[in-house]
Each structure stands twice: as structure tokens, then as C-alpha cells.
Design a protein around this ligand. Structure first.
Ligand SMILES: [Zn+2]
Length: 382
């Protein structure tokens, strides 16, 4: 997939068309003179990964890109998740600056305002200036909170690439065998793996995805993906699809605030240690490619901070032979993570920080005032 040209992707995903059909008032607003133009990308190195498979000495071989980036960025050796150890709550805690205790599977929005809402309400940024692109299928309500003073009018676009892919597959099926779709069975078999992966997605705990995307944009994306999955190149994992769409969003809309949620490594729930390690290395590669994009994209170069952290760890092996399977024990292996910040002064520290400090830090970098965050800004990055 990395070989797929931008032009080809934009053509098949319809992003250029989406760009044209959006009414003018939906376009992201240019920052006013004097307003900060800093951009922030939050990357959940996600799905649940332990220190022992990442920045512990025995884990370094799994993350060659991050190991290479670490000396260029600022590394927090201890980033602690003190909240509920589910994917939705952990990520919502990162975005709201408060430990969230809502439904574990995304059936409720975050309880307090997200960073997206503070950012858009305070700066007047348009809807195309805040995005969440998520592999986790249960993240469709991650874009805005239940807080009535904020909420949907100030939320982020949420894109679930796998859901778009599912809709695209349904389109393919609807077309029938005589509609010129070559190797249809092969295509569907290939994509089945992507669509079904993720233990906690079993049961399809999803809302109508993309509901906050303009209807025409979604239809166009789905139409484009139908061509994409029948084309010569197809994604081999959900995270690759997420990377690709996140990068196209950066190129087309250049938003100032993006959450990129990777999740493939949660395949560990199925019990295969080798698949878990493969997913870690893939996420490492994709995270490195996101930073490469920042460095080569004039809209992002020299004005972007990228904050990379696992949203949670996984159980240790102390009490069970295969701790990597789950993330429910609450032991240090589940909670004690790391954070790597890029685009900031170099350095590292033992000073413990917490997941809820991310939103407060991002708010400072974006030049916005917040209220009610339990977390505090990471002074090392400001
Ligand atoms: Zn999980």
C-alpha cells in the first residue's frame, strides 16, 4: 500500500471531490494574524502494548523507528494510566484531561468536553480543522462529549476507515457477480481479516460510523473505496488503512488537531504472541511514516508536535503465563507506559506524567485556555 500514489488514492477515495463539494463555510479557517499556528497530532500507539515489548531493553528490536526517533524528541520514561483499562475510556481520558468512566465499548460519549471541543469553540476553527481517525471500531463517539455547553457543534470529524471499508464491501456484494468485479471472492476473503480483527470489536459495538462526516463526503469515500479494494493494491491491516486516510486528511485539509488511533496490536487477545509482535512493529513503522509526513508536508513541518503514547499496557506475566493476552489486571504492566514527544526540544525524564496530562499539554501548544482538566501541562514541552 505505501506504493500507492497520492493522486491515485485521492482519486479513488474521492477526497479531492469531497474537498470541492464542501460548502465554503465548512472549510477550515485560516488562523488569524498573530494566532498560534502550532499543530498537534496525538498518536495512540494503540491496542495495548507492554513496556517489555517496546522500550524495555528486550523490546527495542520491535520498535526500530521509535528507537531512532527518541534522541530527536523528548522521552517521558513513565506515563501512567490510572484510569479504567479499556480502550475507549483510556483514549477518552487522553482527550478530555480527566479519567473517564463511561461505557467501555463506546456506547456513551466522553463525560466532559474533549480537547477538540475546547479548540473549536475557542478559536472558531471550522469542522475540517479537527479529526479523529480510528482503527478501533467502537470509537465513533470519540469526537465530542455529552457536555451541553460544547458537544457536537464543536466536535471532530470521526473517521473509522474500517467501517468505510465495510460499507464499501457491501457495495461490492450488492453489485453482483456480473458487474465486472474480478476475483470478487478473493477480495472479500482478503478483507474479511481486516474487518473482523480486534477481539473487543466482536459483536460490532459500533454506531453508524462517520455520522458526523458530511453525507456526501462519506458516500464519496465509500464509492472510492469500492474501487480501491478492487484495485491492484489493498491494505493488509486496519492500521495501514488508518495511516493512509490520516495522511490524506493531512494533505487535503491540514487540520491543526488530529487523533490517530492505531489498534492492530490488540490482536493479542486471540493468543498469538507472534501476531502481537508483528502488529507492534507495523505500528512502529506507521508512526515513523506519520512523522516523515510531518517533515515533508509544508503545512506541518516545523510547526507540529506529535505526542505518541500507548493508551494502555497489557497484563504482566507474573500471575499468568500469557499476560500479553489481556489488559484487565491493573498491575504495573497495564498502567506504566511511556510517552514520546516529537517536534519539541530534545531530552528525557524520569518525572512521572499521566495520560490526562496530554490534553492540557496539547491545549497549551494550541494556545487555548481550558477549564476543568485534572491533568497538568508537561512543562518540559512548552
Ligand atoms: Zn483490548
Amino acid at each position: 500500500m505505501p506504493g500507492l500514489s497520492k493522486r491515485r488514492f485521492v482519486q479513488i477515495a474521492g477526497l479531492s471531490i469531497a474537498n470541492r463539494i464542501l460548502p465554503g463555510w465548512l472549510r477550515a479557517q485560516e488562523p488569524a494574524p498573530g494566532r498560534s499556528s502550532n499543530k498537534v497530532i496525538i498518536v495512540t500507539f494503540g491496542g495495548g502494548v507492554r513496556y517489555s515489548e517496546t522500550f524495555a531493553p528486550e523490546g527495542l528490536r520491535n520498535i526500530p523507528r521509535l528507537v531512532g526517533l527518541r534522541p530527536e524528541g523528548y522521552f517521558f520514561k513513565s506515563c501512567i494510566n490510572s484510569g479504567v483499562l479499556s480502550h475507549f475510556n483510556s483514549t477518552a481520558s487522553i482527550l478530555t484531561g480527566n479519567w473517564q468512566r463511561v461505557d467501555d465499548f463506546g456506547f456513551e460519549p466522553p463525560a466532559g468536553p474533549t480537547l477538540f471541543e475546547f479548540y473549536r469553540k475557542q478559536t472558531g476553527a471550522g469542522p475540517l480543522d479537527a479529526w479523529a481517525v480510528a482503527t478501533n471500531k467502537s470509537f465513533s463517539s470519540m469526537g465530542w462529549s455529552a457536555d451541553q455547553a460544547f458537544g457536537r457543534p464543536y466536535g471532530a470529524n470521526v473517521v473509522l476507515p474500517k467501517q468505510l471499508l465495510l460499507e464499501a464491501v457491501q457495495e461490492v456484494v450488492k453489485k453482483g457477480a456480473n458487474e465486472g468485479v474480478a476475483n470478487r471472492e478473493n477480495v472479500l476473503r482478503h478483507l474479511e481479516g481486516i474487518l473482523n480483527e480486534g477481539y473487543e470489536g466482536v459483536g460490532w459495538t459500533i454506531f453508524k460510523a462517520g455520522r458526523n462526516l458530511d453525507r456526501h463526503v462519506r458516500e464519496t469515500l465509500v464509492r472510492g473505496l469500492v474501487e480501491y479494494i478492487n484495485g491492484p493494491e489493498a491494505p493488509t491491516s486496519g492500521d495501514e488503512l488508518t495511516f493512509f486516510i490520516a495522511r490524506e486528511v493531512m494533505r487535503e485539509f491540514a487540520p491543526r488537531l488530529i487523533l490517530v488511533n492505531f489498534w492492530d496490536m490488540d490482536v493479542a487477545h486471540w493468543g498469538s504472541y507472534s501476531l502481537y509482535l508483528n502488529a507492534i512493529t507495523r505500528t512502529d513503522r506507521l508512526t515513523g511514516m506519520l512523522w516523515d509526513e510531518v517533515q515533508t508536508n509544508p503545512s506541518y513541518k516545523d510547526k507540529t508536535t506529535m505526542l505518541v503514547l500507548p493508551e494502555l499496557g497489557r497484563d504482566g506475566d507474573a500471575n499468568t503465563a500469557n499476560g500479553f493476552l489481556n489488559h484487565r489486571s491493573g498491575d504495573p504492566s497495564c498502567r506504566n507506559m511511556w510517552l514520546l514527544a516529537m517536534g519539541v526540544p530534545h531530552g528525557e525524564t524520569d518525572r512521572p506524567i499521566h495520560h490526562i496530562d496530554v490534553a492540557a499539554t496539547a491545549a497549551e501548544l494550541l494556545g487555548i485556555k481550558t477549564r476543568g482538566f485534572a491533568g497538568t501541562p508537561m512543562r518540559e514541552l512548552l
